[in-house]
Design a protein around this ligand. Sequence first.
Ligand code: SER
Length: 340
Amino acid sequence: MSRKPAVLITGANGEIGQSLIVALTKRDPDVRVLALDLKEMDSEIRPRCEAGIVGDILDQGLLDRLVSEYEISTIYHLAALLSTRGEFTPETAHQVNVQGTLNLLKLGVEQSRWHGATVRFFFPSSIAVYGIPIRDTRNTIDPVREHNWTIPITMYGCNKLYCENLGRYYTRHYKQLAAEDHGRRIDFRSIRFPGLISAYTVPSGGTSDYGPEMIHAAAKGEPYACFVSEETRLPFMAMPDAVTAMVQLMQAPAESLSRVVYNINAFNPSAGEFADRTREVFPDAQISFEPDLQRERLVHSWPASVNDTLARSEWGFSPTYDIRRTFDEYLVPNIKKRYS
Ligand code: SER
């Protein structure tokens, strides 16, 4: 069977995956997307993919079949169990988030051995890798740089931080004592995303979910009880900026990158400001605040703002959506269409 160059996307049916597939196939209609997810692909996204594979990243047999059938040049490994869900089943989170990532890195190495070229590997990391120990500290410290405060308090944050290190290891030091040269099998690149907001999908199992949940509930005419207090501030980003950033980072020449993981930052509303904007565009929105102190504690361990100087200077990150434009030009028109 002839092997076809393809882009493998895991977690393809999720919040980031769906938007990424639309963006990649718009940019290059000939790109061959292998969409892997636990669920069937959304019926509107599926026609954009060469294959929609329902399966588990922990299923080694399935991954072996992919290796034998396709030539994979690029991997976007988006599948993960998010931070709230991870606190209910920490060991499962570790399996999915760490063992799953290791499986995909191994798949990348095997692919690279076959076709001889480096496999580019994108990994979505998160502001959850940070852990700010004292709640008040987060409001007084400078925007956090990549190497500060990396002492996460969630299983998800620990998993993401370790996988960043795994990616760095596979890119720079893989089997460094072996006689065979394993240099540059994998070129791993990662972004620590803030809370992401999509007009098309609502995330599940995360802790920054109150942002997207609030606006989707308002659009559907449903009441929403926000699980953090009005004062709680967190970085958020509109999905189009997140997807553009992924594509930009993946296209950047390797020589311009000094590290494997980068912060990016767009806007940082408090939950109260988020609610105010939602009420401006959906005047009938019924939003109340009923903080869940345990869940809020996770949010309070994450930085209110991150420093993204390196992403801007090394690969040209520049967000185009502030909170106003996110609501007016992206969320409102698309969400209204979706629920009308
Ligand atoms: N949005 C994720 C979560 O809330 C953090 O990366 O779990």
